[in-house]
Design a protein around this ligand. Structure first.
Ligand code: TXA
Ligand code: MG
Length: 317
């Protein structure tokens, strides 16, 4: 493993208190959530939020997810329909992000919404994220803590390697349990629609909300750029075997894989391993082949990330 720079601290009470002070000062703190590591700033402070875009090298202002302590706090920032409240009650705290109309008078910076009249909200379940939200006592805007367009971070070491120079503190809470970003749901009136598949599978959402509307071709979730989550290596999908010069990322009882997302074919395990294994193979060589992943359950989100990682690169990395 890479050695960590000094600004990484184990996420104990003292480090969380320091992180809370930094956030109140408008500085940037990376912290673990149950999905991936986030790069956090005070969501009410436009200058602090702007630092997030600068640190990630985002080419333009994609809207950010605002993390809050609970549903009651979320309702002070956005207008919840009955359908939205039902989803929040079912899945918060957890890996669900809801995109909702901004409540007039919310102190959230306009920049977190990138000029839209909506805001993305999530109550994370990770104890470190919740402790930080309580201690700092402010809403935290946090995209994934990786350089724009690159693989999302599931460990503090990934964050340090990608963004270490640009962050004031990294709270190390170990590897993130889910390993895949939250599921993002928007609304067409009262009808929920899937803006980004993620760590909560479509079936689970539909069991609470009914059938999801398709988001359509208009990019309702502006972060959903075609090329994203990209390693330096090229990626070949649905590989049946390794070609010469390739490293193989397997799935299921396989093949001569270099790493295996889940030897037993468990999609939850595969989701939690996806980004960490892509990071690892990316360090080992320039060509990665990936075995086919079924499109069911969490496979929808895993395949979404793999297709983006394999897409022709746009120059926003
Ligand atoms: O699990 C996660 O969601 C992680 C952790 C840190 O919470 N965060 C994360 O953030 O993945 P980010 O910025 O990498 O992705 C946020 C996604 C993007 O696709 C963005 O376009 C979408 O949410 N989004 C945010 N605000 C939106 C809005 N107002 N309308 C539509 N889409 C929005
Ligand atoms: Mg991201």
């Amino acid at each position: 493993m890479e050695s960590l720079p000094a600004k990484t601290m184990p996420a104990n009470a003292e480090a969380i208190a320091q992180a809370a002070d930094l956030l109140r000062d408008g500085r940037l703190v990376a912290f673990p959530t149950e999905t991936i590591y986030g790069l956090g700033a005070d969501a009410r402070n436009g200058k602090a939020v702007a630092r997030i875009f600068a640190a990630k090298g985002r080419p333009r202002f994609n809207p950010l997810i605002v993390h809050v302590r609970d549903l009651a706090e979320a309702e002070t920032h956005a207008v919840f329909s009955d359908a939205a409240r039902r989803l929040a009650e079912a899945f918060w705290p957890g890996a669900l992000t809801l995109v909702l109309p901004r409540r007039p008078g919310t102190p959230l910076s306009e920049l977190v919404s990138a000029g839209l009249d909506t805001v993305a909200l999530r109550v994370p379940a990770h104890p470190v994220a919740l402790a930080l939200l309580r201690k700092a006592d402010l809403p935290i805007a946090a995209p994934s803590a990786n350089p724009s367009g690159r693989i999302s971070p599931t460990t503090a070491a990934h964050v340090a390697a990608g963004l270490g120079q640009n962050i004031d503190l990294i709270l190390d809470g170990g590897a993130t349990p889910l390993g895949l970003e939250s599921t993002v749901i928007g609304f067409d009136g009262d009808r929920p629609m899937l803006l980004r598949p993620g760590a909560i599978a479509r079936d689970a959402i539909e069991s609470v909300a009914g059938p999801l509307a398709e988001a359509g071709t208009a990019i309702r979730s502006p972060g959903q750029l075609e090329s994203h989550y990209a390693p330096n290596a090229t990626l070949r999908l649905n590989a049946r075997e390794k070609e010469s010069g390739e490293l193989l990322l397997g799935f299921g009882p396989s093949l001569a894989s270099n790493l295996n997302l889940s030897p037993t074919g468990d999609l939850t395990e595969a989701a939690s391993n996806l980004f960490a294994m892509l990071h690892e193979l990316d360090r080992q060589g320039p060509r990665i082949a990936v075995a086919a992943i079924p499109e069911t359950g969490l496979g929808e989100a895993i395949n979404d990330r793999l297709r983006r990682a394999a897409a022709p690169r746009t120059n926003h990395a």
